[in-house]
Design a protein around this ligand. Structure first.
Ligand SMILES: [Zn+2]
Length: 412
């Protein structure tokens, strides 16, 4: 109750500020980005944990901003919200059960009566008081404000909604998606692609902003997924926005919501200004955000959308990391890697029946840190390690399980 009451007062105050932003110069656009980030990452929203009240308040704020910008609601039943239920599991070793929870994606639409639709997304949930398994903070429970992760991406989403609403870029429709439960394993985006509120066959491409609030002095912007369409590399090479330098990776699979769209064979890009020591800690606060940086990144994305306006539907390509997997492995462990794990090693998301891993006693949640002689710091090291074996070989696999390091003998 107290939180909701505060929300109304604060929201009213912010609305006054927003409505006073009539002129279109940069400083006012940047101020609007700041208002969104400061509100979403304030203590009032208690870290926006999916299924909890702070997250629901954030979803209502985003819906009210969509409405103010002049989007159409495109959730369920003509509302702004596409609710979904899921099982929350505090312990990743649990295979069944969990706590039933409900959260919502927030969905706004800009209909230009075009044949194709561009999807633009950002997750708005975060770690609450420090979700176990995701928080990197050691200490008493504390609000994880998530200003960079990912109030920054939501602010950019709202900026682009306003920009495209006022633009003459009408060869695509635009779907704006604020995802929930990303931090719990890309749940909101997975639910959306399973039950989309538009026809996914008409989606041109998907852009995801996850952590765009810490553009550094060198202005290096990471863009992941450039292998998902032959159009991306040339299109990005042409863009020159305020000295932004781009560092790209090909893979369409990564630790954020674009992965869910890539797995539906859609071209995707993920925009990211990089890791920092406040990542997944209570100190990821709004004072540390580079607001001019969010503006620059958003203008970079707006320029990309503008350059692609007349290009038509992009061709999709599967990325290397995936096709290599099928081609060069003679053996498998029989596990599902956890693609959203961003610690050191390869965390096992599931073990399959009657396969080498389960026979060796490996479990869901174990983190593989060595295979044979190969030290495993990432999922790519894990793949390199596996490629060294053939059927019938035996080797030692080292895994971390909670605080212990175990060594298991695996026969492929
Ligand atoms: Zn995160």
């Amino acid at each position: 109750m107290a939180t909701k009451f505060n929300f109304i007062i604060l929201f009213t105050a912010f609305s006054v500020i927003i409505s006073s932003l009539n002129a279109q110069d940069n400083s006012q656009l940047i101020q609007s980005l700041q208002v969104d980030v400061v509100y979403l990452s304030s203590n009032l929203l208690e870290g926006r944990e999916a299924g909890k009240s702070g997250c629901e308040i954030a979803s209502k704020y985003i819906a009210s901003r969509f409405e103010e910008i002049g989007l159409e609601p495109k959730g369920l039943g003509g509302s702004w919200f596409a609710p979904f239920d899921f099982q929350y599991k505090a312990n990743p070793h649990e295979t069944t059960g969990g706590e039933p929870r409900i959260s919502s994606n927030v969905v706004g639409y800009l209909d230009n009566s075009a044949k194709t639709t561009v999807v633009i997304g950002a997750h708005y949930d975060h770690l609450g008081m420090g979700l176990p398994g995701a928080s990197l903070y050691v200490g008493d429970p504390a609000i994880h404000n998530g200003a960079d992760d990912n109030a920054s991406g939501v602010a950019s989403l709202l900026f682009l909604a306003k920009y495209l609403k006022n633009s003459n870029l009408k060869n695509n429709n635009y779907l704006f998606l604020a995802f929930s439960a990303e931090e719990l394993g890309l749940i909101g985006s997975k639910k959306f692609v399973e039950s989309p509120t538009i026809n996914l066959e008409n989606v041109n491409y998907m852009l995801n902003m996850d952590m765009v609030g810490r553009l550094n002095d060198e202005k290096v912007l990471a863009i992941n997924g450039v292998g998902t369409s032959p159009t991306w590399k040339d299109a990005l090479a042409k863009i020159d926005v305020d000295g932004i330098k781009v560092k790209t990776t090909d893979s369409g699979v990564g630790p954020s919501d674009h992965t869910s769209f890539y797995l539906k064979d859609l071209p995707v890009l993920h925009f990211f200004t990089g890791q920092h020591t406040d990542y997944h800690k209570p100190s990821d606060d709004s004072e540390l955000i580079n607001y001019q940086g969010i503006y620059d990144v958003s203008m970079y994305i707006a320029t990309l959308i503008k350059d692609l306006n007349s290009v038509g539907k992009l061709v999709f390509t599967k990325t290397k990391d995936e096709s290599q997997q099928g081609a060069s492995f003679k053996v498998t462990l029989g596990v599902m890697p956890d693609y959203v794990f961003d610690g050191e090693g390869m965390r096992i998301d599931a073990v399959m029946e009657d396969r080498p891993a389960i026979k060796a006693g490996l479990e869901k949640g174990d983190i593989v840190i060595q295979i044979g002689d190969v030290q495993v710091n990432s999922i790519y090291d894990y793949m390199d390690g596996l490629a060294k074996f053939k059927k019938g070989d035996k080797t030692k696999v080292k895994v971390k399980r909670k605080d212990a390091v175990l060594e298991k003998e695996v026969e492929f």
